[in-house]
Design a binder for this molecule. Structure first.
Ligand code: ZN
Length: 596
């Protein structure tokens, strides 16, 4: 294939526009561009003439397609590369909700993305973890179907195709494919891709207030729907003693009864149930007097069938032609007005320090209500305005508020709309928490914060596992968060928690500004480190099958903490940093400090 020279915005002389006779693309216009050992193909369902150009920028190849003005419809962009020395794929879909986590994948898979759902990017790499090409779209906002497969149109098979499908009503804009074929570790290529896209699109993260980097307690796993004001009050002395500074009251506070159905059926009104919380403002006052913070759960897109506001807001919920859902259509001004009013009222009336915003990753059944103005059909762009309305209302009441999002709608596009980005629900599962934190830290850097999913353990869990769960949260770059009923814990458990919270608070600032490096070649990021070169400190996390022989750190690192959460209890690891190196003996699970 013809390799393009490193010139900015070179108009391609090799571009061709052809009509194909193949059945699946009979009506389509194809525009094919060859760049960086990849063929990039645009397929349009309309008849206009697109224009392509290629740009080299900061080690990335950008293939631009200027889509023709006028009606557009569905279009596909495919990047095809020779399937050589590729054994694994990393995908911009992080969460395992309703399916398996995509960590190690057959060479044919699909997932969907939007501004509020995952990321349109795939990275293929070798069994040694070397990047073989990160391929993604620059603009992450519109709904996108991502598919990767081996091209099987005719033998012999030799191409791996990463395809992005979008559908918008009108053209007249530019779509850009970003290809990163740099040598090095795949995680480094992904992090560079994220930084490049963020800077290129001028995405500015909402800074996290310093208080939101303090350890967090959430009521979810410990109390589920059975939570009262006295329950929360009973936690306060323990939290204070343990150094946990933020309280999140989860999805129970507004329901009429303590059940698991209310969170869906009664969502929308979000008025305090005074049977469970007779004096919430008094509770907030007490929490604040202790130097602590308090937040409430809310799913602002939901308007349940039993909500008083249902009748008023049902016309603005999505409608698929037969069924009216409980999910607001973000295209409607009334939906945004509701979100704005809701966030402002909750923050003000309950004297809150922030909101945990849940279930924002709705991809939406295609809403076909003719009464709604769906504009150009860009649901992602509509969601951005919905998220903006929430953020502005929250910060309007308290400028240093925390806004918690969760993985999948915690992505590159939403960094300006939330400042605390949490992994997906993982009760009991310390390894999942660790992986999700690492995924998030690939793009969620200071001044954003990553909040771990809430640590929870069975009353008879081994102390070693509790310790590794808490250490794993911290060493994978998350703010430690817990959902344990401290009134029912043993002294031993409280001591373990206190020790880890002390460790975290001591290293909080270094950790917050550290950069994640993935050292392992596997798909589950089993060996990582957080390195803060300015402070000369590294936090190394071993969570795979074995203790690795060598880990290379940045030259300026002079001190390291190693947390051995691997299956191998004893062994040796050599840390290198520039010319310095040190061999360390590990005996048992847990923490070892090293300096050189
Ligand atoms: Zn609609």
């Amino acid at each position: 294939m013809k390799k393009l020279k490193n010139k900015n915005r070179k108009r391609l002389s090799t571009q061709t526009l052809v009509e194909t006779g193949m059945s699946e693309v009979r009506e389509a216009n194809l525009l094919r561009v060859e760049a960086d050992d990849c063929a990039v193909i645009l397929e349009l369902s309309g008849q206009g003439k697109p224009v392509a150009s290629v740009e080299r920028c900061e080690g990335f190849t950008l293939v631009h397609f200027d889509l023709p003005e006028g009606p557009l419809g569905e279009y596909r962009i495919s990047a095809q590369q020779p399937c050589i020395d590729i054994q694994r794929s990393w995908v911009g879909k992080f969460h395992a909700w309703e399916g398996l986590e995509l960590t190690s994948i057959a060479l044919n898979f699909s997932f969907e993305t939007s501004a509020n759902h995952s990321l349109p990017v795939v990275c293929n790499y070798t069994r040694a973890g070397e990047n073989r090409g990160v391929v993604g779209l620059l603009n992450h906002v519109p709904p996108t179907k991502v598919n990767q497969r081996v091209v099987m149109d005719s033998p012999p098979m030799h191409l791996l195709q990463t395809q992005f499908t979008r559908s918008l009503k009108t053209g007249g804009f530019r779509e850009t494919v970003v290809i990163g074929r740099c040598k090095g570790h795949f995680a480094d290529a992904i992090r560079r891709f994220m930084t490049f896209c963020r800077e290129k699109q001028g995405i500015e993260a909402l800074p996290t207030p310093e208080w939101a980097r303090e350890p967090v307690w959430c009521s979810w796993y410990s109390h589920l729907y059975l939570l009262t004001q006295p329950d929360v009050e009973a936690q306060i002395p323990h939290l204070k003693k343990l150094g946990i500074r933020t309280i999140v009251i989860d999805a129970s506070w507004f329901q009429l009864k303590n059940t698991d159905t209310g969170a869906t059926w009664e969502s929308g009104d979000y008025r305090m149930n005074e049977t469970f919380f007779p004096d919430f403002r008094g509770l907030a006052r007490r929490v604040h007097a202790e130097g602590m913070r308090i937040m409430l759960w809310c799913a602002p897109l939901f308007v349940g069938e039993h909500a008083k506001k249902r009748k008023l807001l049902a016309p603005y919920c999505t409608w698929d032609g037969t069924t009216r859902t409980i999910i607001l259509c973000p295209f409607c001004e009334e939906s945004k007005a509701h979100a704005r009013e809701l966030a402002e009222r909750m923050m003000r009336d309950y004297d809150l320090d922030g909101l945990k915003l849940d279930f924002m990753d709705q991809l939406n059944t295609p809403c076909v209500d003719p009464a709604h103005d769906h504009g150009d059909g860009n649901h992602g762009a509509a969601m951005i305005e919905f998220m903006r309305a929430l953020r502005d209302a929250i910060l309007g009441v308290k400028p240093d508020a925390a806004i918690e999002y969760r993985i999948s709608y915690s992505n590159l596009t939403t960094l300006p709309f939330a400042n605390c980005h949490r992994g997906n629900d993982a009760p009991y599962d310390a390894d999942y928490m660790r992986r999700e934190n690492s995924y998030l830290r690939l793009f969620c850097e200071y001044p954003s914060a990553v909040w771990s999913d809430y640590a929870y353990w069975h009353a008879q869990e081994k102390p070693e596992n509790i310790s590794l769960m808490l250490g794993g949260q911290i060493f994978s770059g998350g703010v430690p968060t817990l959902s344990i009923d401290f009134t029912k814990c043993t002294d031993k458990e409280r001591q373990l928690v206190a020790r880890w919270m002390k460790f975290y608070r001591l290293h909080r600032d270094t950790l917050a500004k550290a950069e994640l490096t993935v050292h392992s070649a596997d798909s589950v990021l089993s060996v990582t480190s957080l390195q803060n070169a300015a402070q000369g400190e590294a936090f190394v996390l071993l969570a795979g099958q074995h203790i690795p022989e060598t880990i290379a750190l940045k030259p300026k690192i002079r001190r390291a903490w190693i947390l051995n959460a691997s299956a191998q209890k004893a062994g040796h690891v050599t840390l290198t940093a520039g010319k310095a190196s040190t061999r360390i003996q590990l005996a048992g699970s847990g923490l070892v400090a090293v300096a050189w």
